[in-house]
Ligand binder design. Structure first.
Ligand code: NAD
Length: 437
């Protein structure tokens, strides 16, 4: 990544393309529509609410991130989507039952106008859904071409200057990369041959990258974190990021674990369980999809606590994560954590966290930030994996030779210092010796 010499201004309309028009996508779209009419605040969005300190603490200079970076404004956003059900955004928002009618009614016409393109759907990747609004094609290469056609149509019909995509569709079953995912050439050949290890999300990501559309993966499945996609993204000058929005339980975990580690307190066990009753919960009830989620949720503690460096504190840590589908709760998820810790001389203690959260209310601002920041990244000339956006993900994508950074506060520092660096301002190290010289 090179420091930008100049950054293209955010002129014109920015298309935000969402594979998956479900609870998260409609909550995001509705929130933006309400915010731009002054009927709601984009709470939880760092780009809209956050500030960034520049210079010394005594300089008192903290512009809004939005203004500092010159991001596209909410008024410039236009929404498009794909889904395997034909419901428009209004119908889908009613079905998701996240926002109240008092919020949805004023924007009904705008929501009804958002009708999804038919999706690309091989049901073996999401076993709990039986999509009816799907594309047909002789090969997976043909389906990628159809998706590319949708992108071009959307951009043309809506007079967009450019577009970004954020995957908000269901979590797919766990698959790992193989030889097919090695190079652009092997992947393109495999598309022609309908290779069964190419998933729905991989086809969307591939189509977006080829159309020069930055892509963020909000789910834990393997959509583009493999060498062929990295290569394609660099070839086409497209920034990409992922994966799996960090919203509820993992957000808390990546705050609490660094605190325990900072004080060198031991952890013997960490049991995390969730109940949720939305469609996402239903999809995650399938062991294949749960496995994708489990892997992203389990990874964080090992990287934060570094048991290889601190065997006596974290070497025997037992970490378990469960998700239970419980329809009465809908989108209002409950995430429990029981943490067995130990201190001075090995004396045991416990921490209990009960986070009564709302899944899509926490995810919507992340979709907004990723759309705006990926657009910024592309205008700044950044291509390939954007590790500085780790802040938003449970399982951050990173260069192959690195380990991922999971500590929320290191991620935040990295995010803000990347913003400063991109804009030609001094990064802040927090050293601060000069105040005492
Ligand atoms: N806090 C959160 O809500 C949170 C956090 C992390 C990750 N996520 C992930 O975000 C995604 C969206 O969550 P949600 O609650 O909106 O789920 P949802 O089930 O309400 O919406 C997903 C939508 O994707 C559609 N879909 C499935 N496969 C598709 C395909 N191949 N093409 C097009 N559309 C397809 C479904 O029909 C559905 O409408 C899920 O993968 C979830 O795991 C959510």
């Amino acid at each position: 990544m090179k420091q930008p010499i100049s950054i293209r201004p955010p002129e014109g309309r920015l298309g935000v393309l969402l594979p998956g028009l479900g609870a998260v996508a409609t909550t995001f779209i509705a929130g933006v529509m309400l915010a731009r009419r002054g009927l709601g605040q984009p709470i939880g969005s760092l780009t809209q609410m956050g500030t960034i300190r520049l210079g010394k603490r005594t300089d008192a200079e903290s512009p809004r991130i939005h203004d500092f970076l010159g991001l596209a404004s909410l008024d410039q956003l236009v929404f498009g989507a794909w889904d395997i059900f034909p419901d428009n955004a209004w119908e889908s928002a009613l079905h998701a039952n996240v926002l109240e009618r008092a919020h949805l009614d004023p924007i009904r016409d705008e929501l009804e106008a958002i009708r999804p393109f038919p999706g690309v759907f091989f049901p073996e990747y999401v076993r709990k859904l039986d999509g009816t609004h799907v594309k047909k094609g002789a090969t997976k290469a043909d389906l990628v071409e159809q998706l590319r056609g949708d992108i071009r149509t959307f951009i043309r019909d809506n007079g967009c200057a450019r577009a970004v995509a954020v995957w908000c569709a269901s979590t797919e079953v766990y698959v790992s990369a193989n030889g097919v995912h090695h190079t652009v050439e092997t992947f393109e050949k495999a598309l022609q041959h309908n290779d069964p290890t190419i998933s729905n999300s991989q086809m969307y990501a591939w189509a977006c990258i080829k159309e020069g559309v930055p892509f963020a993966n909000g789910a834990p499945n393997l959509a583009l974190d493999f060498p062929a996609a990295f290569e394609l993204a660099r070839q086409h000058g497209v920034p990409v990021a992922g994966k799996d929005f960090k919203t509820g339980q993992t957000l808390m975990k990546t705050v609490i674990a660094p605190a325990l580690k900072a004080r060198m307190l031991g952890v013997r066990g960490w049991f995390s369980t969730n109940i949720l009753g939305n469609r996402d919960g239903e999809v995650l009830d399938d062991p294949g999809s749960f496995k994708s989620k489990e892997v992203t949720k389990l990874g964080v503690l090992d990287y934060i606590l570094q048991p290889h460096l601190h065997a006596s504190l974290y070497g025997d840590l037992f970490h378990k994560v469960r998700i239970e589908y419980y329809p009465p709760r809908g989108d209002a998820k409950e995430g429990w954590d029981n943490i067995d810790i130990f201190g001075w001389l090995g004396y045991p203690m416990q921490i209990k966290i009960d986070f009564l959260c709302r899944d899509s209310i926490l995810a919507a601002p992340i979709v907004l930030d990723l759309a705006l920041l990926l657009d910024f990244a592309q205008r700044a000339g950044f291509a390939g994996v954007q590790e500085w956006l780790s802040f938003y993900f449970k399982c951050p994508m990173h260069a192959p030779e690195l380990y991922p950074e999971h500590d929320l506060f290191i991620q935040l520092m990295k995010l803000k210092n990347t913003m400063r660096w991109a804009m030609g301002a001094e990064p802040i190290t927090h050293l601060g010796h000069e105040y005492y010289d």
